[in-house]
Unconditional design. Structure first.
Length: 80
């Protein structure tokens, strides 16, 4: 199991639209609109690391209003 947080900048005024689309993906556990340098954050979960790349490149970065992403893979699962 791999969990990651993905930060995104999106087109101005499209934060909620992008978040609604992202929440349709089965891998998305939660998401929020942010103030600051980043506009949207989501937490995702995949079975294996190899499934993370196609999720980000094939499902998230292709969304019309997503400008940039930063993916941070969770390193410590012992906090649960």
């Amino acid at each position: 199991m791999v969990e990651a947080y993905i930060l995104m900048t999106v087109s101005t005024g499209k934060e909620l639209d992008v978040l609604r689309e992202l929440k349709k993906l089965k891998e998305v556990l939660l998401g929020n609109v942010l103030y600051g340098e980043w506009d949207v954050i989501i937490k995702v979960k995949t079975d294996i690391l190899e499934n993370l790349d196609p999720l980000v490149t094939g499902n998230i970065r292709v969304l019309k209003d997503v400008k940039t992403t930063m993916t941070m893979i969770v390193a410590d699962y012992n906090n649960k």
